[in-house]
Design a protein around this ligand. Structure first.
Ligand SMILES: Cc1ncc(COP(=O)(O)O)c(C=O)c1O
Length: 395
């Protein structure tokens, strides 16, 4: 009866959350056998056995209890050792283990962003990253990467980003390597951005989930950790999901100024309290013993990227190039405007499952995202389906 007088009304930012357009396309494939699924952002292979074995062993040993808010100390120490191999040393006091990369982003945002704050993000972008500030009531301003149809690659007009970072801006969110475009921020651009944010007291939230997935022969993308001071207004979010192929495990981490970490621990208490212990034990082994497997995965991804770019480049009207990072092609069919409609038609008529570019914001409209973390033969099969579809159904 009360519900008549008190309707179950959620906060406006929650009511206006967008439903996932990727799911909308994937759902349209339900009941259609044989659709090749390239829509979601995850590797096709199961997590390497040595990582799974470590989780099983931890469970069998009885690791079923609560742990420290910031993560078990042995994992934080292993993480500090891992980071020290690729960046200036990061003190354990700057680390928090989180329940997935997306949770690291949420914790950072809850800690920094409040109602009415102005937040700037470089887009197109995985929608979770742009919706989090909105959930917290912030006003989000988008600075768009630009697509060069001749190279098929994406670039940042750095000056546009700096111009958007006006005094009073609370935070800027940068995701490099970027989902969906594969764009990688250059060291020079990072230095200019950091100097600008230092001058104006703007926090940088750097989402480095795809840090290890780069294809220029190096083992990692430029990270803000390489150039920032420990006291800088910087939070770096990362995850075990991609490089260690652990998407379903839900484990990530945050690097933050040491002075903020005790409060972040309290915030984690009120979110998830801690990440599961047996998963942390497996992550410790992933960091300690996983380098060979990460490198093999990235080498395989590079081959897959090249196979797909070659196959798509041969199709008339496809504007595509080899992205420097992440695991997606974000490409365009010349003249195409409605990416959601196109993605659904591709499912229905071609058995090809791609994510619509508009899922990543209005800047992505007209584009399609293709996750290439799948076997090369499947990618080439998919490209063939696209070619036949265009031949059969495009004017
Ligand atoms: C840009 C970006 N950041 C962060 C994440 C977080 O991944 P997870 O929550 O699986 O750790 C993802 C996952 O797709 C992503 O694409």
């Amino acid at each position: 009866m009360n519900s008549q007088r008190f309707p179950p009304t959620l906060r406006e930012p929650i009511r206006s959350l967008g439903a996932s357009r990727i799911r909308e396309v994937a759902n349209s494939a339900l009941g259609r056998p044989g659709v090749l699924p390239f829509w979601f952002g995850e590797p096709d292979a199961v997590t390497p056995a040595f990582i799974r074995d470590a989780a099983v062993a931890a469970l069998q040993a009885g690791d079923t209890f609560y742990h420290h808010n910031l993560g078990i100390l042995a994992l934080r120490e292993e993480l500090a050792a891992y980071l020290a191999k690729r960046h200036p040393p990061v003190d354990v006091a700057r680390l928090a283990i989180t329940s997935a990369g997306v949770n690291a982003l949420m914790i950072a945002a809850q800690a920094l962003i409040g109602p009415g704050d102005r937040v700037v993000a470089v887009v197109p972008l995985w929608p979770n990253v742009t919706e989090i500030p909105r959930i917290l009531g912030a006003a989000l301003e988008r600075v768009a990467l630009e697509f060069d149809p001749t190279t098929g690659l994406w670039q940042l007009d750095l000056q546009r980003l700096l111009d958007a970072l006006t005094p009073g801006t609370r935070a800027v969110i940068v995701n490099s390597p970027n989902n969906p475009t594969g764009w990688v921020m250059s060291r020079a651009a990072q230095e200019t951005l950091l100097a600008h944010c230092r001058k104006l007291g703007i926090w940088v939230i750097s989402d480095e989930a795809y840090e290890r997935l780069v294809f220029d022969g190096s083992t990692q993308a430029p990270s803000l950790l390489d150039i920032a001071d420990p006291q800088d207004l910087l939070m770096v979010a990362n995850t075990f999901s991609k490089a260690w192929q652990m998407t379903g495990w839900r484990l990530g981490w945050l690097v933050a100024p040491a002075a903020t970490v005790p409060d972040l621990g309290k915030l984690i208490e009120y979110n998830t309290s801690c990440a599961p212990g047996f998963i942390q034990q497996a992550a410790l082994v992933a960091l300690r013993d996983g380098e060979e497997s990460v490198r093999a995965f990235v080498a395989e991804l590079a081959l897959r990227r090249d196979a797909l770019v070659t196959a798509l480049s041969a199709i008339e009207g496809v504007e595509v190039g080899p992205p420097p990072g992440a695991m997606y092609l974000f490409f365009r069919l010349r003249g195409e405007r409605d990416s959601l409609g196109l993605a659904k038609r591709l499912v229905a008529k071609a058995g090809l499952g791609l994510a619509p570019g508009s899922a990543f914001g209005p800047e992505g409209e007209g584009f399609l995202r293709w996750c290439f973390a799948r076997p090369a033969a499947q990618l080439v099969d998919g490209a063939g389906r696209l070619r036949r579809f265009l031949g059969a159904y495009r004017t």
